[in-house]
Every structure is written in C-alpha cells, then in structure tokens.
Design a protein around this ligand. Structure first.
Ligand SMILES: [Zn+2]
Length: 187
C-alpha cells in the first residue's frame, strides 16, 4: 500500500505510525503539522447483464491478467454513485448501455482493501464500441462461459449462482468476503 515519505500537507519528513487522539486505528501521522494519512478501501462497481439467457463478459486487454474474462466492473470515481460507476464501467468496457435492476452482491477483499458491489442490470443498447481496457466482449450461453479463464473465484461464484437463480426466477442478495472463499446468501 502506498505510504508517503513526506507530509502531503506541510512537506515535512517526520511521519510515523501512531493512533491519533480519539481514534481506534494506527495511522501514518505528521508530527510536524498533525496531518493524518487515512487509507480507506476502494470500491469496485460492476454488473451482471443477462440477455436471452446469455451473460455479458469482457476480456481484459491490460494487466493484471490480460486475456482473462470477467464481469464489466471497475473503480468508482469520486462524485459518482455506485450505480453510476457500475453503468459507466459497463459502457467503457463493453459499449453496452444498461440500466440497473437491483443490487446483487457485495463482497470484501480485506487483504487488498477492496469492496466489490455487483448489480443486476439490463442491456438497453449494444453499440459494439468499447474502450482500450477491453480486448473483446461477448454474451455467453452458460455452457460456453470460459470458467477457467475467469480469474477471480468470487466472480465465478457470483455468476454461477446467478445462472442457477435465473432458472428458478428468484434472485437473492449476497454478501461475503474473499478470506472465507465463500459468498454468503441472505434473503
Ligand atoms: Zn505535516
């Protein structure tokens, strides 16, 4: 994780880990001016988009792991809602204009300080134009999904569950974390 060597506020070099008064966590603090360097998790927002029983996946063109397939998802920007971030990522990575149906899954990866928020969404328009982070995009029938090329186990698990649920026509909501390796189910 990035830690500055100099205080971003006063430029001083006297930074050290300590628990600020009234706080519960150790933080990097400037002993010169009292600046506190907070490090908070990043949010990644994305969508499961199904059309006629096929599921939208994007093939990554850039590191990490170019060539692998994943759900369209990416880092939320400041000033966005999670829904806006998810739809923007879908647009950038697949050229699909979509609308959100409901939240579907929230899971945390505390080791790398990331939180994934995945929505169910509906494709409104498929333009065929996508950004440089994507090599290809495709709507896959379940039997054609390249499961072994979806790198991230939690993404595989979310998509598997969704496909099962679509057959039953009832969608749950999930939360979980990467440390247990399991996405938990709640209704
Ligand atoms: Zn300072």
């Amino acid at each position: 994780m990035f830690s500055p060597s100099f205080c971003p506020k006063c430029g001083g070099p006297d930074l050290g880990q300590q628990i600020p008064p009234g706080d519960t966590h150790e933080r990097l603090m400037c002993r010169g001016c009292g600046y506190i360097h907070y490090v908070n998790p990043k949010i990644i927002a994305g969508c499961i988009i199904e059309q006629d029983g096929k599921y939208l996946l994007c093939q990554r063109a850039i590191p990490p792991r170019p060539g692998t397939w994943t759900l369209p998802a990416g880092f939320m920007e400041s000033g966005e809602t999670t829904e806006e971030a998810a739809l923007r990522e879908v647009w950038e990575e697949s050229g699909v204009r979509a609308e959100i149906l409901s939240p579907y899954s929230i899971f945390s990866v505390p080791k790398i300080s990331e939180v994934y928020i995945i929505f169910r969404a509906l494709a409104l328009e498929i333009t065929g134009q996508f950004g440089p982070e994507t090599m290809d995009y495709k709507f896959f029938a379940p039997e054609d999904i390249p499961w072994d090329k979806i790198y991230y186990p939690a993404i595989r698990q979310i998509l598997e569950r969704y496909i099962e649920e679509r057959q039953a026509g009832v969608y749950g909501m999930y939360m979980g974390n990467d440390d247990s390796g399991k996405i938990h189910f709640m209704r």
